[in-house]
Ligand binder design. Structure first.
Ligand code: 5GP
Ligand code: ZN
Length: 136
């Protein structure tokens, strides 16, 4: 299914032009217009799924397979030193376009992309709480 109000549906299906690195019947891989580093790309399924909660399992599996292929090829082409594969779900997690996508972000030694998170400390209470809830 496509969502006619969704910009990534339009890009993925070629209705809006994009810098396309790869395309097959299920996906288009494009360069991000606001790159964190040189070569920042997005994997877009051609069908509309808002996020990881909604995506079809088979499509999700194919997306990760494609991420491996793209990261392998682009590491060679770009000469980068590592990769972040990032996938945001929900506004609280930083998602701004509500069509599932995976960010492929090349990392270069000493780049200043500077994203990450502040590390905390796993408490015994949180550990026990989470393990207990999962037993249900
Ligand atoms: P999110 O924050 O939802 O995980 O990521 C959305 C990403 O899409 C951002 O990195 C943003 O730069 C990129 N983006 C938003 N609109 C467009 C667009 O029209 N074309 C391209 N190529 N990238 C876009
Ligand atoms: Zn869409």
């Amino acid at each position: 299914m496509k969502d006619e109000n969704c910009i990534f549906c339009k890009i993925a299906n070629g209705e809006i032009p994009s810098a396309t690195l790869y395309e097959d019947e299920d996906f288009r891989v494009i360069l991000d217009l606001g790159p964190a580093t040189k070569g920042h790309a997005l994997i877009l399924p051609k069908e509309h799924y808002a996020n990881l909660y909604e995506i079809d399992e088979e499509v999700a599996a194919k997306a990760f397979k494609l991420a491996k292929k793209m990261v392998t090829e682009l590491t060679e082409v770009l000469g980068c030193d590592g990769y972040n594969v990032v996938q945001n779900n929900g506004a609280a997690a930083g998602q701004t376009v509500f069509h599932f996508h995976m960010h492929l972000i090349p990392r270069y030694k000493n780049d200043d992309a500077g994203f990450g998170w502040k590390t905390g400390k796993l408490t015994d209470v949180d550990r026990d709480d989470i393990l207990e809830r999962l037993k249900k």
